[in-house]
Design a binder for this molecule. Structure first.
Ligand code: GDP
Length: 485
């Protein structure tokens, strides 16, 4: 009984309103992207949307909610028809932002769009939306949590299938629900602990309650630890796997970059030491994003500009998620041990995954079969491909190896629990896990301090979903959206 009473008090004390006071003004923007197009969608959100729709269409009533209606759209200042288009009325809270919203689907010519925007801007109480303002309003109204809002931003930016799958999962709230579930587990554990602290002496709350809290916290700590140890899969998929092409000068590194991106992005030359700056291209390999960099050939350079290029190449190698080590197939030993030694002298042993590319296969005479065998055998070599950038021979195998590495690094975005996708999430989860670890230490000495550790842990989870937050974090997140989103 005492425990139940304590829990209900605690529940009330911890209730956090997600949305603050509604914003008074009404904002509008093109939501369908910019440039000449067939149809442009202009969206308005806020208490003035209904009046704006009535004024621009000259109808005393908006159409029935969420039903498209064909209307003449007029400039209220002159009465001139700007366009004939479809309009939709979304009364709040059943709208994207949770506020009253209206949409005008007009022809996408620049003059039509700017005419409608000008007409909206002249209405009292209406102003152009800031970047990300629609999504921010949706967040403030509790329509989505911060992880879902971030997922929406990622969905708009997604360029590959796998990125789209991951972003959609996050937009639909899967990641937010996972963190919310952990937060609720902590809330319950904290309520039990507080009840024990407040009522154990007079109301006989059993010791067992305390050991249950310990077990819950330990299990949560393990779960968060496993989630954090996912090898940055979600982050890699979101931002693209950074692959660096490395090797001695003149082995065909720039040729490989050009072959993979199907255009002459990097200068190919028989003169060694041509590549000095890092050349970067973004690729889609089997639905996974790859950011590929061509770097200066690794050698002891005397020319100061080339030396700078080599130093930049080494920096890139340090940050790489994947290395494509290129060697000249005509200048390497054919047996695996010798090949391994050649690779070892190029790159120091590292935990970064690597694919060995033996280029210029077209120039091989009798050694082709031996090298192909060594590549197929693998261990002690990393995955390897015999390639000719000149003829394209071996490109299929290289793409297959690349796709396999990308799946290994990024995982299947639809399988298992959702991945964490932002360093912001890992930072807060790391702090949350640290607070849980401190709980374990403090629990034997000071129950009050232990309870505070749980509160801190819960606050970090709340910062990820936006249930606890500061406006400056929100500014940073929504600034990355474009106008109209
Ligand atoms: P990098 O210095 O490692 O970037 O090498 P490049 O891509 O600039 O190529 C150096 C030279 O090797 C150029 O003359 C290329 O045409 C040539 N080359 C590159 N790949 C091949 C290949 O697969 N076969 C042959 N025969 N020549 C190649």
């Amino acid at each position: 009984m005492a425990l139940r009473r304590a829990l209900s008090v605690a529940g009330r004390r911890w209730a956090q309103p997600l949305c603050s006071a509604p914003w008074g003004d009404t904002v509008f923007a093109v939501s369908s992207g910019h440039g000449r197009c067939g149809v442009a969608v202009i969206r308005a959100s806020g208490p003035g949307s209904r009046g704006a729709l009535q004024t621009l269409t000259g109808h005393p009533q908006p159409p029935p909610p969420r039903v498209l209606a064909l209307r003449r759209i007029r400039d209220p200042a002159t009465g001139e028809t700007l366009d004939r288009g479809l309009v939709v009325w979304f009364p709040g809270p059943q709208s994207f932002t949770g506020e009253d919203c209206a949409e005008l689907h007009v022809h996408g010519g620049p003059a039509v769009v700017s005419g409608v925007l000008r007409a909206l801007g002249r209405l009292p109480g209406l102003r152009p939306a800031e970047p990300g303002e629609f999504t921010r309003r949706a967040f403030r109204r509790g329509k989505l949590d911060l992880t879902a809002a971030e997922g929406l931003g990622d969905l708009i930016r997604a360029e590959t299938e796998a990125q789209r799958r991951q972003a959609l999962r996050q937009t639909e709230g899967e990641l937010g629900r996972l963190y919310q579930c952990w937060s609720e587990t902590l809330t319950r554990a904290l309520a039990h602990l507080e009840a024990y602290i407040d009522f154990s002496e007079d109301d006989n709350v059993e010791e067992e309650v305390l050991s249950q809290v310990d077990a819950t916290v330990r299990a949560l700590e393990r779960e968060i630890g496993a989630h954090l140890r996912d090898g940055r899969r979600g982050e890699l998929l979101r931002g693209g796997v950074r692959a660096v092409i490395a090797g001695p000068p003149n082995v065909g590194k720039s040729s490989l970059l050009n072959l993979l991106c199907q255009r002459p992005a990097a200068i190919v030359s028989p003169v060694a030491g041509t590549t000095r700056d890092v050349v970067e291209v973004a690729l889609n390999v089997g639905g996974y994003p790859l950011v590929l960099s061509d770097t200066a050939g690794l050698r002891d350079a005397t020319d100061p500009v080339e030396r700078e290029g080599v130093s930049r190449a080494r920096d890139r190698l340090q940050q790489a998620d994947l290395v494509l080590a290129v060697l000249d197939a005509t200048a390497v030993p054919t047996e695996p041990a010798g090949l391994g030694a050649a690779l070892g002298s190029l790159l120091p042993p590292t935990a970064t995954p690597c694919i060995l590319v033996l280029n210029k296969a077209d120039l091989l005479r009798g050694d082709g079969a031996a090298l192909r065998d060594a590549c197929a055998r693998g261990d002690p070599l990393p995955p390897a491909a015999l390639l000719s950038c000149e003829t394209g021979e071996g490109l299929g195998r290289l793409l297959e190896l690349l796709a396999r590495q990308l799946v290994r690094l990024c995982g299947d975005p639809l399988a298992g629990s959702p991945s964490l996708t932002q360093s912001r999430h890992s930072l807060h989860l790391g702090d949350c896990a640290a607070a849980l670890a401190r709980y374990g230490r403090d629990r034997r000495r000071d129950l009050g301090l232990a309870a505070e550790r749980l509160r801190v842990a819960r606050r970090h989870l709340g910062r990820i979903t936006g249930h606890v937050g500061a406006d400056d974090v929100l500014d940073i997140i929504f600034r990355d959206f474009c106008v109209g989103k």
